[in-house]
Design a protein around this ligand. Sequence first.
Ligand code: GRF
Length: 216
Amino acid sequence: MAKTKVAVLISGRGSNLKALIEACEDPSYPAEIVLVVSNNAKAGGLQHAQDAGIETEVLDHRDFDSRDDFEDALDTLLRLYAVRFVCLAGFMRILTASFTERWRDLLINIHPSLLPAFKGLHTHERALETGVRVHGCTVHYVRPEMDNGPIIGQAAVPVLHDDTPETLGARVLTAEHQLFPQCVALACSGKARVAAEHVRLQVREFGAELLMNPHD
Ligand code: GRF
């Protein structure tokens, strides 16, 4: 089956992008990354893409008069590369409803908390402040409201008594690197479809030791 042409949007270090690049090396993986876009020319993740021979583009939002102009340029770029599916992986710009609706059910995001808890920034600090025993990450289809939309998968990690935001964040990030490629594969192979704003999963295999949904 033809692989789905994917773009990954980043703003920073790009460790989730790297995890996805590695997953794409498997010939049976259902997606290929054809483009990495960063709104920040200094994003470390651009190097991961270049090392893998993937096309990169920098679209600096500060070069545009309005959010709409920025998104129009982004949309044009995605269509130029014949992109069919878009992943936000640490992309630090809020997208307008016009853009998210244009890419409805073809646009996903990874967020470092078990949504709907801890939307927004500083999720690990807030998890520790709140005293939750379980924390984690979520991959979801994007809707106009920030950190909201049908959930494809979540991975949970324990919160330990001596955790700092850094140690907890590192544990979550390890889980992100497993969850993200798995969810991209499910979405790009048509095994994670949205119906009535819930994701219906068709999966048989479950290989992770994390408490992770998708599962069988
Ligand atoms: C990740 O924690 C992701 O969940 C959040 O931004 C961070 C990006 O990290 N949306 P990286 O750039 O993939 O290393």
